[in-house]
Design a protein around this ligand. Structure first.
Ligand code: HEC
Length: 119
């Protein structure tokens, strides 16, 4: 099954290789979250949660549902991180967008293998 998804994604990536901002192919229901994540969180956490130099990738184990609940994610987005290194993003995302972001983060964590294959 994973192999199937990986090759499907590769095919889709191939088709979209010329688009302006290549992102990996995710099922329709997670696209809204992907879009908001990439524009609001992506600058620091990396496009599609890949992480970058300023903030960690949220794909890591510390942030899976067992370690970091949906409520905790919501709380960080609304109030900023405890250390205040990440500031509140309240003005940048609506409640429903936060829900979409959470769904996208969970999807991406479960499909980590896909990300690794493509990068
Ligand atoms: C301006 C850069 C920036 C933006 C934009 C940003 N973050 Fe962060 N985020 C950080 C940094 C830096 C940390 C590490 C903060 C710390 O260690 O206290 C962090 C930490 C986190 C954490 C983990 C907090 C913890 O307690 O471990 C979560 C979850 C998170 N961000 C989610 C998001 C989401 C979702 C968005 C988009 C709505 C977002 N961030 C936007 C920089 C950013």
């Amino acid at each position: 099954m994973k192999k199937y998804f990986a090759s499907l994604a590769l095919i889709v990536m191939g088709f979209t290789a010329c688009s302006e901002k290549p992102v990996r192919a995710v099922p329709d229901e997670f696209r809204a979250g992907q879009k908001v994540f990439n524009s609001v969180c992506g600058t620091c956490h990396g496009i599609d949660l890949m992480g970058n130099h300023s903030a960690s990738s949220l794909i890591e184990e510390n942030y899976t549902e067992e370690s970091f609940s949906n409520e905790q994610i919501r709380n960080v987005v609304i109030n900023g991180s405890q250390s205040r290194v990440m500031r509140s993003q309240r003005g940048r995302v609506s409640d429903s967008e936060i829900e979409e972001i959470v769904k996208f983060i969970r999807y991406s964590q479960k499909n980590k293998i896909l990300t690794e294959n493509l990068n």
